[in-house]
Design a protein around this ligand. Structure first.
Ligand code: GDP
Ligand code: MN
Length: 380
């Protein structure tokens, strides 16, 4: 779950990381009123789930009420890389002496957390990585050991920040690491992390990705969840509790288990088709769940055929087959369906499906065969 900047700053502030005081607003009037309360100069910032807002005209300084009104008016409704700005964040503008970069994320191949710190902030870190990789000081942190102050200090020194920033940076990095680990984040990035002329270090931007699977542990995340933007298909699937990712092909995919769903997407590609989605219905493939999944797939106008791929384990093949038949009675499906059932009680499951076989519903014994037929049907 990606947070908007102002939500990321709320998240940071709850771990004691210094951020500027500010307010979110959805109308020009509210933004102006916020600016008046905060006092000038303010910076008005587009709140969208995409970076590079500054370059796109989504971050503007305002020295007085007229400028605040003008900038808020220009930024609200602005299209930044396909994201239309509905909310602005108005905060007290900071004086900047230097801009740095700091982040924590997971390095899966190293099985460690990766911290990156650079004296070259405010620009895209990918660009720094390309032109001047030595300008990024990296540390790999064993999650069992964590990050202690001495290590953080050595790391800050390696990044060659202004010595005036050392204490402030060490303090923020320790807090950022806590936010990242205890806060169940997959990414915590501050770009720029600034040194003010007065010597304070401060987070001027916030990019946070939270691990959605940890939501049950965090009541405060409900407000973050409410502003998530999903495409229509993804929203419908999310409302039904399905694990769905929209893709741009024509073969709708339903499978039980994330691994099988991924293999199904792969095999559709392998036989020359293009999957319209990834959809994992999980362990309990009952009629209710199956009907919900079919509804979501059926509402996607790109879908020309549907491939249901089920491996019966604890869920038995005959129960799944009955579930599919019941679901088909409930949902009117426009695209032909190809089903492969294997595993526990597969034979019984196939018999049940055979009794309902038609042009719109066929069952194939292997995954490869089913994929071929589904792709053929999608091409018609
Ligand atoms: P991004 O472009 O989406 O990453 O948005 P940022 O929040 O990082 O802002 C982009 C740039 O705007 C920063 O690197 C700063 O140079 C500038 N900026 C943002 N906030 C302030 C502020 O409070 N004061 C000043 N002087 N500049 C700011
Ligand atoms: Mn930034």
């Amino acid at each position: 779950m990606d947070l908007l900047e102002y939500q990321g700053k709320q998240f940071f502030a709850s771990f004691g990381i210094p951020v500027s005081p500010g307010e979110a607003a959805t109308t020009v009037e509210d933004a102006v009123a916020a600016a008046e309360r905060i006092g000038y100069p303010v910076v008005i910032k587009a709140q969208v789930h995409v970076g590079g807002r500054g370059k796109a005209g989504g971050v503007k300084l305002a020295a007085n009420v007229d400028e605040a009104r003008e900038h808020a008016g220009n930024i609200l409704g602005l299209d930044i890389k396909g994201h239309v700005v509905k909310t602005v964040w108005v905060e007290f503008a900071s004086d900047i002496a230097e801009e740095y970069y700091a982040s924590f994320t997971l390095d899966r191949s190293a099985k460690k957390h990766l911290g990156m710190l650079s004296a070259q902030g405010g620009v895209e870190i990918e660009a720094v990585a390309e032109t001047d990789p030595d300008a990024i000081a990296k540390i790999w942190i064993d999650p069992v050991d964590g990050l202690d102050e001495a290590t953080a200090r050595t790391w800050v020194e390696a990044a060659k920040l202004n010595p005036a920033a050392t204490d402030g940076a060490v303090d923020i990095l320790l807090k950022l690491y806590r936010a990242y680990t205890e806060g169940d984040a997959d990414l915590c990035e501050i770009n720029p992390l600034i040194l003010k002329p007065t010597g304070e270090v401060h987070a001027l931007d916030a990019k946070v990705t939270l691990d959605g699977n940890a939501q049950f542990r965090h009541e405060g995340w409900e407000a973050f969840e409410a502003t998530q933007v999903r495409d229509e298909r993804e929203q419908a699937a999310h409302d039904k509790g399905l694990q769905y990712v929209g893709l741009d092909g024509t073969v709708g995919v339903i499978a039980n288990g994330a691994g099988l769903a991924m293999s199904t997407v792969d095999i559709v590609n392998q036989v020359g088709g293009k999957p319209a989605n990834f959809l994992d219905i999980g362990g309990g493939a009952n009629a209710e769940v199956m009907a919900g999944a079919l509804e979501v797939i059926n509402n996607d106008p790109n879908v020309k055929s549907i491939f249901i791929n089920i491996f019966g384990g604890i869920t038995k093949g005959d129960e799944v087959a009955n579930g599919i038949v019941t679901a088909l009675g409930r949902v009117k499906i426009d695209a032909p369906i190809v089903i492969r059932i294997d595993g526990t009680n597969a034979e019984q499951g196939r018999e049940i499906l055979a009794a309902h076989e038609s042009e719109m519903l066929q069952s194939k014994p292997t995954m490869l065969e089913a994929a071929r037929v589904a792709v053929e049907l999608a091409a018609k």
